[in-house]
Design a protein. Structure first.
Length: 76
């Protein structure tokens, strides 16, 4: 056989779908107030407070991961 069989493909797709369902939970955990307070320091990078960099970095990461998962789930 040159390609993956149907069972392997179905398992891979199911794992990807399960991961997509967990993504909002992971995002909510990463944006919880106690976790954000770790980055709430007066430190800045290029004049931008670290807490803003953390929040928008997590947001951007979640968007990129969600887009990648959506493309793999629906290759049409």
């Amino acid at each position: 056989m040159s390609g993956p069989d149907l069972a392997t493909s179905a398992t891979r797709k199911r794992k990807l779908r399960d991961g997509a369902m967990l993504l909002p939970v992971i995002g909510a955990f990463l944006l919880l107030s106690p976790l954000i307070t770790v980055f709430a320091s007066p430190a800045t990078l290029f004049g931008i407070p670290s807490v803003f960099l953390y929040i928008f970095g997590v947001w951007l990461g979640l968007v990129v991961i969600a887009r990648t998962m959506a493309q793999r789930l629906d290759p049409g």
